[in-house]
Ligand binder design. Structure first.
Ligand code: PMV
Length: 315
């Protein structure tokens, strides 16, 4: 028996870091996906194969003993075998179009597609059940995840998220293109989030003002999205980038990429935790190719993406 699922990556359009302190963030799924297939096999074995390596081991090990980036898949497989009390092994294959560790939701998309493919070997699970399992699995690698990334990877589209009220889907289908450029500097979200915490503790007033500014910015952005006002949205990206600079999550390489992108696009900013990872530039048909060319001329890895409205797909 085989079960396959795919889930999109994501970007944060506005509000990263401030979301940890209660401000809303706006996220969207992108049309780059991870596909996971799971098969029941004979024997006491969990076998996980991916383009970043393999993990082949036995079930029933405490999760703390699994030292691999593929840990969330082990967690899900083990949990399902235990829950359904079945004497089976599981083979898992992962294929990804999403670059790793650069803030494009590769781990959340893995958890969502993994939770769907593996759980559906045992029972017909709902999207909500899959999302809960995916968040639990993501916590094995990032304890403090807000759950926002897994949510957008499950449902697709654009979403507003805050820690208190959870997510609400924004039912709009704006026509912009994003250019995503990769700094190729891998970052640890956990370390950068903890650096921001230290910044906050040392600069309570500045941080609290920045949270207020970010909150106003998000309110404006929600109106601009409704009006499909790319010029206005671009200006707010530039402003949001200033707030991210102020809390210390940018660096020279990211700044020079953003400067390059801002010349030809409506606006550009870091997406995700910063410190490395990717930047996004807002474009439409008139300037998407020019922005891509200008990055390619400088040998940056970049691609254009549109919003994914499918979310989790199971086959
Ligand atoms: O993991 P990333 O790079 O997509 O970004 C995480 C976003 C943060 O706001 C920095 C942390 C969080 O949990 O919301």
């Amino acid at each position: 028996m085989k079960s396959t699922a795919s889930a999109p990556g994501k970007i944060i359009l506005f509000g990263e870091h401030f979301v940890v302190y209660g401000v809303s963030a706006v996220l969207c799924a992108i049309n780059k996906r991870i596909t996971v297939s799971a098969t029941k096999i004979q024997g006491n074995i969990i076998s996980i194969k991916s383009n970043i390596g393999d993990l082949i081991t036995t079930p029933n090990k405490p999760i703390i003993e699994i030292n691999s980036p593929l840990k969330p898949f082990y967690f899900i497989a083990n949990k399902m075998i235990e829950k359904y009390n079945q004497n089976t092994g599981i083979e898992i294959l992962i294929q990804s179009e999403i670059p790793l560790g650069v803030g494009l939701g590769s781990s959340s998309a893995s958890c969502v597609a993994g939770a769907a493919a593996i759980s559906r070997l045992f029972a017909k699970t709902s999207k909500k059940e899959i999302l809960d399992l995916a968040i639990e699995a993501e916590k094995t690698i990032f304890q403090n995840t807000s759950g926002a990334d897994c949510t957008v990877c499950t449902f697709g589209g654009i979403m507003e998220y805050d820690r208190k009220n959870g997510f609400s889907k924004i039912n709009l289908e704006p026509n912009f293109h994003l250019v995503i450029a990769n700094s190729k500097i891998e970052h640890s979200t956990e370390i950068i989030v903890s650096n921001v915490k230290q910044f906050k503790e040392k600069n309570e007033n500045t941080f609290s003002n920045l949270c207020k500014e970010e909150s106003n910015l998000i309110n404006n952005v929600l109106i601009l999205l409704k009006n499909n006002d790319l010029t206005g949205l671009g200006k707010n990206m530039i402003k949001n980038q200033e707030y991210l600079e102020a809390i210390g999550v940018s660096n020279e390489k990211l700044r020079s990429m953003i400067e390059l992108a801002q010349k030809l696009s409506f606006g550009a900013k870091i997406t995700g935790a910063g410190g490395g990872g990717c930047i996004i530039a807002l474009t439409n048909e008139s300037n998407v190719e020019k922005v891509i060319e200008s990055f390619k001329e400088k040998n940056y890895e970049c691609f254009s993406a549109k919003i994914d409205f499918r979310g989790l797909d199971t086959f």
